[in-house]
Design a protein around this ligand. Sequence first.
Ligand SMILES: [Zn+2]
Length: 390
Amino acid sequence: MTRPPEREFLNTSQADWLTLEEELGGDRDGIHNFEIHHTARYREASVCRPVLDEEMLRRDPSVAERIRWPEGRRFAAFLSHDVDGTREHCREQLARLIRTNADAATTVRDKLRALSAVIGLRHRRGRRDLLSPWLEAEKERGFTSTFFVFPTAVSARHPRDLMYHWDDLMPFEGGLQPIRAVFAQVAARGWEVGLHGSIESAHTTGLLEAQRLDVEQAVGAPVTSGRQHNLQFGAAVTPDLLAASGLRVDCTLGSNRSVFFRTGTSYPHRLWSVGGQAWLNVLEIPLILHDGALLRGDNMDLSPESALAFCRGVIARVAAVRGVVSLLWHPENLVKPGYYDLYCSLLDVLREEGAWGTSARNIADWWESSGNAALVDDARRRHFAAGRMA
Ligand SMILES: [Zn+2]
């Protein structure tokens, strides 16, 4: 590479520092800009690494060596899907959304805007099965996953809540079936059905347990894992609300917009009660890789090729500490180019790298019964014996 003349007075390290990484080529976003997500500095940054796990590995390599996964696997992948949509152009859901938005509107202008969505009711309801391909991709590779579904019995509805009901029909395996029947079958096949809690349930007392029981009753299987819709999470209140709801696993702590290890670790860990100043019996499996964060135009906006390379790096770091890498892919994104193919490529990477790809429930059960939880908690106490780690 030829250095521009105005940089010739700089010594080598300064010149290197001032060299734009993008001069070397690399990916661009949807409007051809070079952004932070395209830089090596971001990919290598502490937010993109399980820094606590890496530090523990540095201080005591025997901890990672003693972590065990089933069948001698190297690490685990928590595979998950937030069911934010069940059918393309579902008229029933759109009609409920229009009604909710119109009721919530406080000005004539907002009410008219809400009602203008009525034009969408002219679309033909979709017949494409948005669910089966994900199940098949996982089954082919010997994996399972968790589907987080939204309850129907929701008080204090928020306009960003989801509007599907148990008796709405969705395309599944060649026909149309009520949503409750589809997810009852998914649960019966060994996949996990968890709760996708409503917006207000993350902040308001007394909503989450009713929602958990609603899903449990609809699908006829115990519901013990949850992820809050839109990743709503108030650190001062949500952990206590989760504990009181009967959920024992939460999978919310991640990002809608980017990739980062929000708690600095890939290992499952218990949630902290700010009010009670104590650890709760709710295990957090942090969210790491999220389809919308990686690919959406208003987020990282990576090309599928660039996203695959980025995710490979993250997976390698989690494999090195023998932790859990979480993937969230939304079933309704099947219709968006590149989303499903990237998921399948990542499943292949996970299989090649020796991951155990499974549900939140299976990971939580294994983490606690295998001794991994006690091992890592003890190591955290020994190596990070300050503040509440003590
Ligand atoms: Zn959601």
